[in-house]
Write a protein that binds this ligand. Structure first.
Ligand SMILES: [Zn+2]
Ligand SMILES: [Zn+2]
Length: 245
């Protein structure tokens, strides 16, 4: 695998490793780059959004593994608004994951939840919809998949959702449905760990098993090595420039 773009550190307030530890783990797992994606400021215990502005000080190349600067923004209403929208905070970020979290938004019912995710796709720097696999927020999966295709946004297959420790409900069966729709409509996905401790970084075992189970085509998973160019297109990052930085 090329990368893991959904990882948290102690900065998020409910995760247990440092950025340095996560980077070292990513290197150990053989990834080419790692995305760090702390929760934005409406998640209890996380950093102020000023944190994201200052990520400009972080170098790219940590002895051969590259760092990409992200955030997991909270969707805070059914118009898809996020709690990380100001240019001064977004300026130095490479990408956002937009997600629904129980600490930041209530279940609005299927229509509202779907609308929230689809509208969030239009928010600045959003490139990925995080874990849309949770029956605490029922959604119209077909509408979501078709919107992602139209808007050029990646749908995440979240490895943590598939573990026994997850708080998300029915994630496995929901992901199977989403994968089938993505396969039928030729929509690309990204596999991420959503690590909250270093040893989870780059752990995609459950997600990889699931894509085998549903015979999901490998060319549709943008963080497989061979799909690197397409991944950078989705992220809207100039690949050559990124690696030279
Ligand atoms: Zn999340
Ligand atoms: Zn997360």
């Amino acid at each position: 695998m090329l990368c893991d773009l959904h990882t948290h550190t102690i900065v998020s307030g409910h995760a247990y490793s440092t950025l340095k530890e996560n980077i070292e783990e990513a290197k150990k797992k053989g990834l080419k780059f790692i995305g760090t994606s702390e929760h934005s400021e409406q998640m209890p215990g996380t950093c102020n959004n000023v944190y994201f502005y200052n990520m400009k000080i972080l170098k790219r190349n940590f002895d051969g593994i590259y760092l990409i600067r992200g955030a997991e923004a909270n969707i805070i209403d059914y118009c898809g608004r996020l709690d990380l929208t100001e240019d001064k905070h977004l300026r130095n970020l490479d990408y956002l994951i937009a997600s629904l979290h129980s600490a930041c938004i209530k279940d609005g019912g299927l229509t509202n939840n779907t609308e929230a995710l689809i509208k969030a796709m239009d928010m600045k720097k959003v490139r990925i919809i995080g874990h849309p696999d949770d029956d605490r927020y029922p959604i119209d999966k077909e509408e979501l998949v078709l919107a992602a295709k139209k808007k050029g946004i990646l749908i995440e297959l979240n490895n943590s959702s598939l573990t026994k420790e997850t708080s998300r409900i029915n994630a496995k069966s929901n992901n199977i449905e989403i994968l089938k729709l993505c396969k039928d409509y030729k929509v690309d996905i990204i596999i991420n760990s959503d690590a909250h401790v270093d040893y989870q970084v780059g752990d995609f075992k459950k997600a990889l098993k699931l894509i085998e189970e549903v015979s999901f085509p490998k060319e549709r998973v943008v963080n497989f090595d061979e799909n690197e160019d397409r991944l950078f297109d989705y992220l809207k990052i100039n690949k050559e420039k990124f690696y030279q930085d």
